[in-house]
Design a protein around this ligand. Structure first.
Ligand code: FAD
Ligand code: SIN
Length: 554
């Protein structure tokens, strides 16, 4: 992988200045904007519309230790058990304890979650020892973003720029004699109306969400092409745990329908999995049956699909009365109805899909990255709260807690910057190779995207092995060469090309990390190393610049 940088002159292009720049309008970015706006002026940019994000589609809910029989200690224990030894316990403690006031505040701001008497109606999801998921039917994400967006739009000192695509981070490198180099981030280059613009900031927060769209089968919307991971890596950020991609066991598998998520809450309410022969199978694989950890259920479904030679299994919630299903899962009922399924009488065809990225930009609990002035929160960040596998419904909690922390910390940092950003800044050059320029048309770009998705699905998904990973690595390197040295920003503003380069950058990080971890743990299952190895692998993998992956202590 190469990540050259090039000097750029903001004077050549339109520019915009702000105190705190936030990239992304999911729960993390929106919550960060609200926190930062208590102290300073904020600009929030987002790739398409304010509502388009993984958050908006979140179904199951938000995990929070508020139920009468629950405790912070139990929630921490469940989170760390799911993370299989790789969670940063301090970061988990912070998420779980600060999560309580963050969720209470969301309710205070008007989130209309489901209630039972004087308490929220807590539901159950896999690997939770208590009923602790607060929700709004199966549309918790929509309710959460509606509340946060309304508040952001009502806040005078938050300026929102939609259809603004962040390309690369603007950085300045100081190399004082005898001291370690310091890289400071001063905002981003972005595409607006097909033009490249410079958005300069005293502090920047990356909240660009996930990367599910690197896989052909995913619960994620189109915006999730991993842009933030790639831009951060090109700017020299430390990237950790990139081998840990979570596959959700149940996405809809129907001709003509998208891979719509069928929430884990369906299994939480007693939904059963059966194979094409009508046999229940989860008890064979785990004592918790359908509520086993996600990686176990996804792998079990994959095995059943192979054993039966059939491309899906079925989820059965028909034991529940139609009125309950309609009230509890209105979005799922509506969507499946649209494709001719009545889930109160029909089985739901499902199979696993890429869902969530545990790894990302390494941050501490203050959401600081290794670049001065750059903060990261939400799915693009890796504070270590999820370890090798995320517990259901902990992501929205993470976004609220670490989003708020990022906003406050970035605003404090911005206030301490006395000078303006320097005139000459560098932007990670997204050109991917030094090979001679070749013409790249949209058909080629689409073919490259398909090839990335196919090879990742084949070799870097639910089950991996060394040979397959090597093969994918070679294929990704060939694709990088195929892409040639495309016209890089600021000369190019073609979003399809930029996204494809981002996908390639990120696919390489995932594959290299997966190849390095020669054991199985959490969401990373190596058929050639099926056991966990706590002696050698109670460690993390770090990727930075073009260096080979480095194995580091927890
Ligand atoms: P996102 O919500 O994905 O927001 C990222 C934002 O960044 C978007 O606005 C995007 O447009 C923007 N962006 C991306 N790239 C660029 C760019 N280049 N320039 C500018 N903007 C950019 N988790 C739970 O805890 N509970 C659940 O019930 C749950 N259900 C889920 C259901 C589905 C279908 C999915 C897909 C995920 C679910 N998750 C759930 C996971 C959770 O929703 C996400 O992990 C979380 O919402 C991520 O929030 P975020 O703010 O980090 O990113
Ligand atoms: C779901 O509703 O199954 C998704 C929950 C999550 O990803 O945490």
């Amino acid at each position: 992988m190469e990540n050259p940088t090039s000097a750029v002159n903001p004077e050549r292009h339109s520019s915009w200045d702000t105190d705190v720049l936030i990239i992304g309008s999911g729960a993390a970015g929106l919550r960060a904007a609200l926190a930062a706006s208590e102290h300073t002026n904020v600009t929030l940019i987002t790739k398409t519309t304010l509502t388009e994000s993984n958050t908006h589609y979140a179904q199951g809910g938000i995990a929070v230790a508020m139920n009468l029989d629950d405790t912070i200690a139990l929630h921490i224990k469940d989170t760390c058990a799911a993370g299989v030894g790789l969670c940063d316990v301090k970061a988990v403690e912070m998420m779980v304890s600060e999560g309580i006031p963050r969720v209470a505040e969301l309710l205070d701001w008007g989130a209309n979650f489901d209630w039972e008497g004087t308490l929220p109606r807590f539901t159950q999801e896999a690997a939770h020892s208590r009923r602790r998921i607060v929700h709004k039917g199966d549309a918790t994400g929509r309710e959460t973003t509606d509340v946060l967006i309304q508040r952001v739009l009502n806040t005078e000192n938050i300026h929102v720029l939609q259809n603004t695509f962040a390309i690369d981070l603007l950085t300045d490198v100081e190399n004082p004699k005898g001291h370690e180099e310091t890289v400071t981030c001063y905002g981003v280059t972005a595409v607006v109306d097909e033009q490249v613009v410079y958005i300069r900031a005293r502090a920047t927060i990356l909240a660009t969400g996930g990367l599910g769209r690197l896989y052909p089968c995913t619960s994620n919307p189109k915006v999730a092409t991993g842009d933030g991971f790639a831009a951060a890596w090109r700017a020299g950020c430390e990237m950790v745990d990139m081998e840990f991609v979570q596959f959700h066991p149940t996405t809809l598998y129907l001709d003509g329908a998208p891979n719509f998520l069928i929430s884990e809450a369906v299994r939480g309410e007693g939904g059963k999995l059966v194979n094409i022969r009508g046999e229940r199978f989860m008890e064979k694989y785990h004592e918790k049956g359908e509520l086993a950890p996600r990686d176990v259920v996804s792998r079990a479904i994959q095995i059943e699909m192979e054993l039966t030679g059939f491309p899906c299994v079925y989820l059965d919630i028909t034991h529940e009365p139609a009125e309950f299903i309609l009230e509890r899962f209105p979005t799922i009922s509506d969507t499946t109805q649209h494709y001719g399924l009545d889930i109160s009488i029909d089985l739901i065809p499902v199979r696993p899909g890429a869902h969530f990225m545990m790894g990302g930009i390494r941050t501490n609990t203050n959401t600081e990255t290794n670049l001065k002035g750059l903060y990261a929160c939400g799915e693009v960040a890796c504070t270590g709260v999820h370890g090798a596998n995320r517990l259901a419904s902990n992501s929205l909690l993470e976004c609220l807690v670490y989003g708020a922390r990022a906003g406050t910390n970035a605003a404090t940092f911005a206030a301490l910057q006395l000078s303006h950003p320097p005139d000459m800044l560098s932007a990670g050059n997204i050109g991917t190779s030094q090979t001679p320029h070749i013409e790249v048309d949209l058909v080629t770009i689409e073919a490259i995207r398909d090839a990335i998705r196919e090879t990742l699905w084949e070799n870097v998904s639910i089950e991996r092995n060394g040979e397959g990973l090597e093969q994918t690595l070679a294929e990704l390197q060939d694709l990088t060469t195929d892409l040639g040295s495309v016209p890089a920003p600021p000369e190019s503003s073609d979003i399809a090309i930029i996204e494809t380069i981002n996908m390639l950058n990120v696919a390489l990080m995932i594959t290299e990390s997966a190849l390095t971890r020669t054991e199985s743990r959490g969401a990373h299952y190596r058929a050639d190393f099926p056991m966990s190895d706590d002696t050698d692998w109670h460690r993390r993998i770090l990727i930075k610049n073009d260096n080979p992956p480095e194995v580091i202590p927890l």
